[in-house]
Design a protein around this ligand. Sequence first.
Ligand SMILES: Cc1cc2nc3c(=O)[nH]c(=O)nc-3n(C[C@H](O)[C@H](O)[C@H](O)COP(=O)(O)OP(=O)(O)OC[C@H]3O[C@@H](n4cnc5c(N)ncnc54)[C@H](O)[C@@H]3O)c2cc1C
Length: 545
Amino acid sequence: MAASNAQQSRAEAAMLDYDAIIIGAGISGMYQLYRLRELGMLVRLFEAGTGVGGTWYWNRYPGARFDSESYSYQYSFSQELLDEWSWSEHFAAQPETLRYLNYVADKFELRRDIQFRSRVTSAHYQEDARAWDVTLHDGSRHRSRFLITAIGPLSAPTLPRVEGVDSFQGQSFHTATWPHEPVSFVGKRVAVIGTGATGVQTIAEVAKTVGYLTVFQRTPNWCKPLHNGKIDEATQKKIKAGYTEMFRRCQETYACFLHNPDPRGTFEVTAEEREAFLEQQYASPGFGMWQGNFRDMLTNREANAIVSEFVARKIRERVKDQKVADKLIPRDHGFGTRRVPMETKYYEAYNQPNVQLVDIKETPIERITPKGVKTSDTEYEFDIIIYATGFDAITGSFDRIDIRGLGGLRLKDKWRGGPQTFLGVQVEGYPNMFMLVGPHTALGNIPRSIEYNVDWVTGLIRYMRERNLTRADARPEAVMAWTAYVKETGKGLLSNEVNSWMTGINSNVEGKQIRTIARYSGSAPAYRKWCDGVAEKGYLELMLA
Ligand SMILES: Cc1cc2nc3c(=O)[nH]c(=O)nc-3n(C[C@H](O)[C@H](O)[C@H](O)COP(=O)(O)OP(=O)(O)OC[C@H]3O[C@@H](n4cnc5c(N)ncnc54)[C@H](O)[C@@H]3O)c2cc1C
């Protein structure tokens, strides 16, 4: 009787709406859709926004641009696409990247399978049907065999945990939900709250036209000049001719960037050589100084202190008022142990008479008022408040969906003590759910990791379909082994001793005050080797049925 019930349920399952549901139309979801279509699958992609692009659709704030070199960030899967698209700058601004992603959506006719304005509120696994039951914010329900989350590591915006945010009577914006219409700062009194990577880009841009800018800083970050530039025709030809070699390099480097750690140790060179090397790094474009520094810079405290002192000196040189410079120099972490914001004339903004820095560790924000911001010693009045307060990173977008696996267990509850995954792709007890850029996966120059992630998931689905398999779940021992490995890769890294979104801390989010390992810190090649091994041996770490 049990068997016939099961058969009946399978029949029900055959009446699923789709073979696969993808959540999110950023770089991950778009590419996953393309690949699953190649397998001849019926796929639906649900996206909360009104267009494609994910990060580059939402983050329209002034100054938003790449920290990765544009060409190293783009998709590599289509030679035709690579030939057709030319980047105008080494580090493109958000509008260009959004144009690029729309171009990709048009070229591969992705939109016909994408449903916009569709926020997924819940996804429940049904064991009988071996299917996912997905509900949208409008109450509509959709069932599919596979569920693929492409919901982004930095896509759940957070506001500061202070009272009165809704009471402000001027205009206010979070950088990640910036309006589609232009915002003018001319003659306006503007506040920027937050000095992370986004805040730094915003401040430098707003300072160009603002009436008066007040920056509220809790934690200063070590910022490094971006050194962006236009790409002229000759350079364009050279870059394009070198794509094969460039993508090969990205495959080999630790974090898929063009930069790789220098093989020398900090103390294996003379003081003069060291100084010259750091000068050269500081003057080079992009993340080189972070990702391509001496090999021990992120593990050896003394080595790290040397680089930090070098950058502190630069800040003191660039900021005229030494009291302000002092406030801008981080004291609680070393260079590179948190995400390094890239900047263009950020420090110089503080030399303007109409830009003021408020250290909210000294004078905390007590509340947002109808007129502005009240700190412990002053009430500031503003026309515009910009919240550059970042994201509930990595697990935040998962926590905002009611995801339930076997026995109705909520993913949020399962991960209460920190995520546990297999390869950052699967969670035990959540069969047929695959995560792209989930916790515990290699990040770095993210599209390089995305393409690998998507191809791996596609390979697994192809394998299942060829064998008529309809259920994939991670074995508990595989999850334990992978999670232990992820923890192991973080050992000895100075970044794991620091509070940041990379160690699962967000003081604006309840329950995120304890450090967890949400991020894989090993090398991307090691990650791929492990994943390739799993596929080559026939996915023994998964329970396939
Ligand atoms: C300002 C900024 C700059 C960055 N710069 C770089 C850089 O230079 N280099 C780099 O490598 N990385 C950078 N990143 C990281 C960036 O997020 C990734 O590079 C990449 O865009 C991630 O793509 P994704 O498709 O995985 O996620 P996202 O681009 O975040 O897309 C996720 C999509 O899922 C949708 N979504 C989420 N939840 C739901 C739901 N419940 N229902 C429906 N839809 C949902 C969102 O609306 C979003 O469109 C940056 C991030 C930010 C915020």
